[in-house]
Design a protein around this ligand. Sequence first.
Ligand code: TXA
Ligand code: MG
Length: 316
Amino acid sequence: MVSTRTLGSDAASLAEAAELLRAGALVAMPTETVYGLAGDATSDAAVAAIYAAKGRPSFNPLIAHVADMAMAEALVHFPPEAVALARAFWPGPLTLVLPRRAEATVAVGVTAGLPTLALRMPAHPVARALITEVGRPLAAPSANPSGRISPTEPAHVLAGLEGRIAALIDGGACTVGVESTILAVSEGGEVRLLRPGGIGAEEVLAATGLTLSAPAGDAGIEAPGQMLSHYAPRGSVRLNAETAEPGETLLGFGPVAAAHNLSPSGDLREAAARLFALLHRMDREGVTRIAVSPIPETGMGRAINDRLRRAAAPRD
Ligand code: TXA
Ligand code: MG
């Protein structure tokens, strides 16, 4: 048990956070998607501490966050398709799973033994300034206990991890609200969607001309973290509910009468940005049965429905 300090995002605070990270301590940092639980990706001890703080299974690899292309290119090979994707979407809510360089300095725990490495260059100015200040890639899973709802506000981080991390950098609420889109690019240039997120297949096609292959038959092998029950609120979750049954609390979408509404105007981006905050809020309110309005399976709706299906999956 350590006492978790809350730091601001001014230069002096970031210098302090960087010092903690270089010493192997864990710091929660804001990104545009969700808060990340950051540790020095080159340190075996720091990476082991991330798994321990989250209670995360050790076969579920981490994303290394970089500040610039030089840092990225030192770690992985970039097939031309990956160069195009990075040019189009970095910095931003896109993670690329790429063939790891043999000489990459990341701790083996980051990749959980896979020959590939997941990389992301976040757009959030605080995250990028912090990585630059540390001068090393930062491994950062979402800053929540394993299997629970990802944090989009500082209070969510503290609710799950207070006493388990050295510090939290308060950067306010995250603007995207769901985790990054994960694309795997093979040496041969095949691009596969491993996790839907803030960047959709349509945007990828428009910006790069690349079409995405469906995830491999068993996505469980491809993205070990994509376990079915995930993002679990304390209450049970029923999807595609037109109305709440007695005893249920409706999480609405669009013009419906609901206890909480993801977006009364039916805006999918607004709904994504509010999704985890409203699930956290229902946890705090002690809601035991959540019913969720239908969400269209288009654009950001795909990422929202992916998270909701996992939230609704049987837990055992
Ligand atoms: O938006 C995000 O991506 C956030 C912020 C903090 O950057 N991070 C995040 O990390 O969502 P995490 O650990 O919660 O999810 C990372 C996902 C997991 O599903 C993991 O299995 C997958 O990335 N992953 C990591 N490395 C991989 C690899 N080499 N091959 C396939 N999947 C990988
Ligand atoms: Mg996560």
